[in-house]
Design a protein around this ligand. Structure first.
Ligand code: ATP
Ligand code: MG
Length: 232
């Protein structure tokens, strides 16, 4: 679904130039739940922005198994659901917007999809400020799901939510993965969440992938000292 090879990115010029991503290699297979963990500042969101073509890379290749248009294949959900939603738009208006090119009955489709993320019609007339943090993140998630992407990138989407709501959203993602066969790159600094959701895991440190591990019989094996330390 997604293959990244030798991806590098620096910011700044001259003496202030700083390498943020250093020859990243990463694969997400079709329908796979892949995780990316790493400390704050290790480059996770920068990688996500490059994958979404929101910024240019310096070197490397990103291959997406595109079926149709790029943004029909790949979608992203950002951490800050409040900032991602227009504060003066109702939920319904926010959900209609990505569907503006869709043929057929958009509102019927929205109503049908609401249930998938645990929302209902009473939420449609509300403004983002009239929703809880968990509900806002569900709306945010649904906006991306409406396009039925083959790969969804989630950048710290549960980090600001309490443990219970986190668990609900993680369960929801698992269900969506099963029902829609959607692959995911789930980015988080929360190892617990990533370990419970994902089958493949990348650990990032200072702009490098230092570990790749695949869960075998429910067990993770790590060889790199940094990854081991994290998981201990
Ligand atoms: N536009 C930019 N210009 C200069 N430096 C940047 C820019 N964007 C990010 N950086 C730097 O790149 C590094 C990686 O940032 P990034 O946001 O990718 O980290 P992250 O792993 O997502 O962290 P967090 O877990 O806190 O979200 C940081 O040192 C950051 O200061
Ligand atoms: Mg980030």
């Amino acid at each position: 679904m997604l293959q990244v090879e030798g991806l590098s990115k620096s910011y700044g010029r001259g003496a202030r130039r700083k390498c943020v991503l250093d020859a990243i290699h990463l694969t997400v297979n079709e329908g796979e739940l892949a995780g990316l963990v790493g400390e704050s500042g290790s480059g996770k969101s920068t990688l996500a922005r490059l994958l979404m073509r929101l910024e240019m890379m310096d070197a490397g290749t990103i291959t997406v198994a595109e079926k149709g248009a790029f943004y029909d294949t790949l979608q992203i959900v950002f951490q800050n659901a409040s900032a991602a939603l227009n504060p003066s738009w109702t939920v319904q208006a926010s959900l209609r917007e990505p569907l503006r090119l869709m043929d057929g009955n958009r509102d019927a489709y929205i109503r049908e999809m609401l249930g998938k993320v645990g929302l209902n019609e009473k939420h449609l007339t509300r403004l983002p400020s009239e929703l809880s943090g968990g509900e806002r993140q569900r709306v945010n998630l649904l906006r991306s799901l409406l396009m039925q992407p083959k790969l969804l990138i989630c950048d710290e989407i549960v980090s600001s939510l309490d443990r219970l709501i986190q668990k609900e959203i993680v369960e929801l993602l698992r269900k969506l993965n099963e029902e829609m066969g959607m692959a995911m790159l789930f980015i988080s600094h929360d190892l617990k969440v990533v370990q419970s959701l994902c089958d493949r895991l990348y650990v990032m440190e200072g702009g490098r992938i230092v570990e790749e591990s695949v869960k075998q019989d429910g067990v993770w094996n790590f060889s790199h000292p940094y990854a081991r330390r994290l998981f201990e």
